[in-house]
Design a protein around this ligand. Structure first.
Ligand code: ZN
Length: 102
């Protein structure tokens, strides 16, 4: 749902390791750098595996409630990874589960 001209909120999900991932259009990003003004740089989770160069900068919302998507750069060179929520609320890449039980 669009909310007029407001900045799109950053959506975070807990990963298998407990660290937050940034979720954007089905892609996940991991925290790479803390920048000035509370901004954070996020790299695509497939950067190391697939060499994807997409990244996102988040910034604190002006309302003080969470973060917003400040800048979305690059184009993904792969399909969105296949993630799902585990019963305990973690957001897990399906491939990881296959590894676990193999
Ligand atoms: Zn990507």
């Amino acid at each position: 749902m669009l909310l007029g001209l407001e900045d799109p909120p950053a959506v975070y999900v807990p990963s298998r390791t407990g660290k937050a991932l940034l979720l954007h259009e089905g892609y996940t990003f991991y925290l790479k750098n803390l920048q000035s003004f509370g901004r954070k740089q996020w790299y695509c989770s497939s950067r190391d595996m697939a060499g994807c160069r997409a990244d996102v900068i988040t910034a604190p919302s002006k309302t003080g409630d969470g973060d917003i998507l400040f800048l979305v750069r690059g184009r993904h060179i792969h399909r969105p990874p296949n993630y799902y929520f585990t019963p305990d609320g973690k957001y897990v890449r399906r491939k990881d589960i296959y590894h676990r039980y193999r």
